[in-house]
Ligand binder design. Structure first.
Ligand code: TRP
Length: 346
């Protein structure tokens, strides 16, 4: 964590554009989460005024039947955010369900959101099919993008860093914000732009997409011995059977990791060594272990330090909630006025 706040020292920081993003509380984060979103957030905190939140109500849209782990998962996730380098001096981390104003705005937006906008949302049908063991024929699941719109525009955010899969939701948010502004003849909501995150390909240890449900994750706070164990069991080029067979690095998950964790010259050497059978898979993995351990050690170290100061972390979250709540309240006052619901003495 950086020792000093930037904010007070550079008054122009107050003029920075505001961005907001959220993550569902999945518990401890893995390398897919780190490279897919968190690393990007950590970069963005230096350029923008950032709000980052735990989307715990969103978790309920699919896990309403078994919500038991949401609170613990939220805690684990925030601990990992801070361990990886989200700095509460530079950004505002908070928990969605602590800001009840999101729910009020969600309700008001629901009134003016045409049903066909939600029904034709591509991720709606897709996810319903993918998660077919859960009953997602619910009002809340259909309304998910309206809640997401509320999350974003309640902070009058200018930008939303997201992965490609979330683009339809941000598009819908823009439509809803425009419709609100138009209908109530107001400019209370800026139209937020998506900031598309380029996600490097990082497969799980078995070559499939990294996912907790596949058990193929390396966690960002994984202990050293366990990094060694997981990498040593990783899949490589399945065609390279004997040590002397030449391999194809492009099909090996181990090589995908080298691209992220090793220097360009080492990546080039590994690629050549694999193609010519100069380097075997065991050596290739050993070199990767060393580089992954070097990158993750500071994260793990910080996590251990934070665990010893749980009350400090609770204070950080409370301060973030407080700051977010203040902003949300200002917006809701403007919104109520625009809709005609503000207290006018009658
Ligand atoms: N839908 C996002 C996801 O599943 C999480 C999310 C909820 C979000 N509200 C948001 C992301 C607002 C960005 C902005 O990953």
């Amino acid at each position: 964590m950086r020792p000093l706040s930037n904010r007070g020292e550079y008054p122009e920081m107050a003029e920075r554009k505001r961005i907001l993003s959220g993550m569902r509380p999945t518990g401890r984060l893995h390398l897919g989460n780190l490279h897919g979103a968190l690393d990007n957030w950590i970069q963005l905190q230096n350029q923008y005024e950032c709000f980052f939140f735990v989307a715990d109500w969103h978790a309920l849209t699919t896990d309403y039947a078994s919500p038991g782990a949401i609170r613990d998962n939220s805690w684990e996730m925030i601990m990992d955010w801070l361990s990886a380098g989200l700095d509460p001096e530079l950004c505002t981390p908070f928990i969605q369900s602590e800001i009840k104003e999101h729910a009020e705005l969600y309700l008001l937006l629901a009134m003016l959101t045409p049903l066909p906008w939600l029904e034709r949302n591509p991720t709606y049908k897709e996810q319903q099919q993918q998660l077919d063991q859960k009953d997602l024929a619910t009002y809340g699941f259909l309304g998910y993008p309206v809640l997401m719109a509320a999350d974003i525009i309640i902070y009058r955010a200018n930008g939303v860093p997201v992965g490609k899969d979330q683009l339809p939701h941000v598009e819908l948010t823009r439509e809803i914000a425009r419709r609100f502004n138009f209908m109530y003849n107001t400019e209370v909501f800026p139209i937020p732009d998506p900031l598309l995150t380029e996600v490097p390909v990082l497969p799980g240890t078995d070559g499939r997409k990294m996912s907790k449900s596949y058990g193929n994750c390396i966690f960002i706070t994984e202990p050293e011995e366990s990094i060694i164990d997981k990498i040593s069991k990783m899949m490589t080029d399945p065609q390279r059977i004997r040590r002397n067979d030449p391999g194809n690095p492009e099909v090996s998950p181990v090589f995908a990791y080298h691209k992220l964790y090793s220097s360009p010259s080492e990546v080039a050497d590994i690629a050549d060594g694999c193609r010519t059978a100069r380097i075997g898979c065991v050596e290739c993995k050993k070199r990767l272990m060393k580089n992954v351990i070097a990158k993750l050690a500071p994260i793990r170290e910080r996590r251990l330090q934070l665990e010893a100061k749980a009350s400090k972390v609770r204070e950080i979250i409370e301060a973030g909630n407080e700051k977010a709540r203040r902003e949300a309240r200002v917006t809701m006052e403007l919104v109520r006025r625009a809709v005609g619901l503000a207290d006018n003495g009658h």
